[in-house]
Design a binder for this molecule. Sequence first.
Ligand code: ATP
Length: 467
Amino acid sequence: MENKYPDFSILMVDDELPWLRSLGITLEGPGGFSNLLQTTDSREVTGLLADNDIGLVLLDLTMPHLSGEEVLAQVKQEFPQVQVIIISGMNKLETAVECMQKGAFDYFVKTVDEDRLLDGVRRAVAMIELQRENSRISAKLVSRELESPEAFADTVTRDPGVLAQLAYLESIAVSRQPLLILGESGVGKELIARAAHRLAKVDGPLVSVNVAGLDDNVFSDTLFGHRRGAFTGADQDRGGMIEQAAGGTLFLDEIGDLSAASQVKLLRLLQEGEYYSLGSDRPSRINARIICATHQDLAEAVSAGRFRKDLYFRLQAHQIELPPLRERKEDIPLLLDHFLAQSAIELEKPLPTYPPELKALLGSYSFPGNIRELQAMVHDAVSRHGGGVLSMTTFQERIGSQRTQALPNEGNPFLTMRELPTLTEAGELLVDAALERAEGNQSLAARLLGISQPALSKRLKMRRQQN
Ligand SMILES: Nc1ncnc2c1ncn2[C@@H]1O[C@H](COP(=O)(O)OP(=O)(O)OP(=O)(O)O)[C@@H](O)[C@H]1O
């Protein structure tokens, strides 16, 4: 089958056939675009968009029947993922600004030189390719397992454990009971809170409050608000976050750090659904779902007496625990691709390729900062990136400097062995393990072993000679 470029069609819309012909020649010849469609009737655009895989529309403004501005509004309304470039005979700044405000990707006058026009089309095509790649990843991963994959559009995972948690989240979407999200820092707790809010399909907003470090007065004032005169400086009534979240979701982050006095207030709120604004003796009712999150081990905090047992039980009505990234390593390559595309879009750079050993390097790292750490590393690497293949340096610098000592954390693996291997045998086993983790990449395996690459290579050569 003929290979067309790009993967999606570019639709040209103009009532003047000669112009369409000449635009097609420019796009196909110097532009190298072969996947083109055209129409001279602006009324056909939405039908064509529904029946074909079109990513980009090149649109004239002055046309009979439907004007270009009307078509632009229709496209943005019904097919928001489709990009539109206006190519108009009119050289009017206000019209251009208006079109850009209505969501056009770019605006050109027909007299523009060919190179500038092609440059604009190429930029749009590159951006659409990135967006498609990105949504392909998340849609493919979550759609097989979930009923409402669109609620998880920004969640990338193929980990069966995480997917099961997302399915559970769907099943409790409309519950009014509180939801507790547990997991280390940076595993995606807030992302999941946002998905839970979307799934609930409520009209009110999602209001997030980080309660870490708030003393009880600030906690109460932030959540419950105050009446005029409640304390010095309270010169008027002020509603709290609970009021702002009316009809929606209140997300309380870092709940494990709540002071003892605030824990009592939160418990009362959950049990009775009521609260008192500071300075008021009349209770108000909460009309929002509560989602709490913490990176702390709450069970341990309860046994240490730092967290109230009754509050812990109350919060456990629905609970989700997100595993750390080091326990879902198969997600690392997917997240790497996702964050590369995300950073490229944000920094307006072309999508970089990367050396194959990068995945192995990331797979060998324990990511104490979890997904946020990977995201920051990738963003940093893309922002330093000048073109061509992405350099490993940023990753090596970060991973190298943060590599923790493996043995004290995970215990001495030899202690549990009935019979100890000799030093030579242990060395051989270690070399095999490093090569496996590095997916056969010798320079990475050597780094893991703390020796130079020539030293490892020599060792492997000797091994081959002995066998
Ligand atoms: N599965 C995922 N797919 C894509 N991006 C993710 C995923 N999980 C987390 N992220 C991204 O990683 C970053 C950190 O996630 P988030 O803020 O939700 O973590 P957190 O657990 O709430 O962290 P903290 O405990 O520090 O508040 C965010 O930018 C988020 O969008």
